[in-house]
Ligand binder design. Structure first.
Ligand code: 7TS
Length: 414
């Protein structure tokens, strides 16, 4: 299933034109940074060009055919995203990315619902996007911000969950850690949070692109994701919210399109989802995200999850062979983790390591991965990180291992 000569795998690789372009040093591009942003299939690139070539106009206002077509494309994309995560269509709000979706909840729901004595619970694994908004909200409202702890492998410690949940109004948790690949035990966390009277926001930036996610099955209250990590364009993402919650929330940004009736003195707001979409939206990118969702659905989210699970197991097995040469591998050891592997090689700085890998065409991220508190908690100045997606193969893992062996030789660490 994993071999590069598998016909389905071959087709997938062929769908991503950038993967056929050698690096400036003539190396095959080995793209292992999809946790930062995924590559785009030709269908998504074509959708952007098609929209601007054939359907471009502003939406929700023109009465002419072209504007009606643009509006229909835009709203059809919303419906595709809704079906993808099993939401009702008006429960999907377009945002620029995960970060903006979380900020929307923080400003709109948070300012209206938090107060001194209330608490927000996050985890020690959070990306800054699911941390800084809650710090600011806590400072503004007088609420307390608490953290669920993780062990040295980045696994959740659940023993004191009920104590941590006391007084909590919102559990804000990432489904998959972008630094360690830990998959949060949402099946445990969400019911327990609800039983304690808290709402749950899931930062799904690293899960929606990589596994089937069903908001109704999870019974999550809010969920945020980014298009650019799921084969879509940059500049478009979405917030899912349960309809009753979104209806009760005040608007976040205000201006055109989000209104029903405006007088000089006052305004009534549009219905969902447009109440939260002030100003001209990122129309073409939303449409192309719809195409990305079609593409992912065509490949199959179960196929993608299984592919990444097998590839991660293969990568861990191969990387462990480098442990005697000074490779430290971080994150949960068990198979129940996502396709993200952080590591360091002896005392080579992660940035130097990533630069050497780059000379071999291997793209990995190095640094704190926007999880500075987690790095401090673990005692690592930085890590290098390889992350996988549907177009990666065992050949890519082998290229990573070969490049790491070269780095070990260059730095004479083994
Ligand atoms: N939450 C998680 C878990 C993430 O991994 C990221 C981005 C974000 C939120 C923010 O997404 P954005 O689209 O709003 O920027 N993570 C990464 C990463 O790991 N490397 O670069 C971006």
């Amino acid at each position: 299933m994993l071999a590069t000569d598998d016909p389905k795998q071959q087709r997938i690789i062929g769908d991503f034109p950038i993967l056929a372009k050698p690096t400036s040093r003539g190396k095959r591009l080995v793209y292992l940074d999809s946790a930062a942003s995924s590559q785009k299939p030709q269908a998504v690139i074509d959708a952007l060009v098609h929209f601007y070539t054939n359907d471009n106009a502003n939406i929700h206002r023109g009465v002419y055919e072209l504007a009606e077509r643009a509006t229909a494309d835009f709203e059809a994309a919303r419906e595709k995203v809704a079906q993808f995560v099993n939401a009702d269509t008006p429960e999907i709000i377009w945002t620029r990315n995960t970060t903006e979706a979380i900020n929307l909840v923080s400003y709109s729901w948070g300012l209206a619902n938090l107060y001194p004595g209330a608490a927000i619970l996050a985890s020690q694994l959070e990306h800054h996007s699911n941390l800084v908004p809650w710090q600011l909200l806590a400072a503004k409202t007088g609420a307390e911000l608490r953290f669920l702890e993780v062990d040295a492998e980045g696994r959740f410690k659940l023993e004191d969950l009920d104590r941590k949940l006391r007084g909590v109004k919102l559990l804000a948790i990432s489904h998959i850690s972008n630094s360690l690949g830990t998959i949060a035990p949402l099946d445990i966390l969400i019911p327990r949070a609800h039983a304690a009277g808290a709402l749950v926001l899931v930062d799904a930036a690293q899960s929606v692109p990589h596994m089937p996610v069903d908001v109704k099955r999870l019974d999550v209250d809010f969920l945020a994701a980014s298009g650019h990590k799921m084969c879509g364009p940059t500049g478009i993402g979405f917030l899912y919210g349960k309809r009753a919650l979104l209806e009760a929330m005040p608007p976040f940004l205000t201006g055109g399109d989000m209104i029903r009736e405006v007088a000089y003195e006052s305004t009534t707001f549009n219905e969902l989802p447009w109440k939260f979409e002030a100003g001209t939206s990122n129309i073409a990118d939303a449409v192309a995200l719809g195409t990305a969702v079609d593409y992912l659905t065509g490949v199959g989210m179960d196929w993608i999850r299984n592919h990444e699970r097998a590839l991660t197991a293969y990568a861990l097995e191969r990387l462990r062979m480098l442990e005697p040469r000074g490779l430290a591998i971080y994150g949960p050891r068990e198979e129940q983790r996502a396709g993200v592997i952080s590591f360091n090689l002896a005392d080579i700085h992660a940035h130097d390591l990533a630069s050497i890998l780059d000379t071999e065409g291997v793209c990995v991220r190095a640094g704190h991965h926007c999880t500075m508190p987690l790095m401090r908690r673990m005692g690592w100045p930085a890590t290098a990180r390889a992350s996988f997606y549907l177009y990666n193969t065992e050949d890519d893992v082998d290229a990573l291992v070969t490049a790491l062996e070269k780095a070990a030789r260059l730095f004479k660490v083994a």
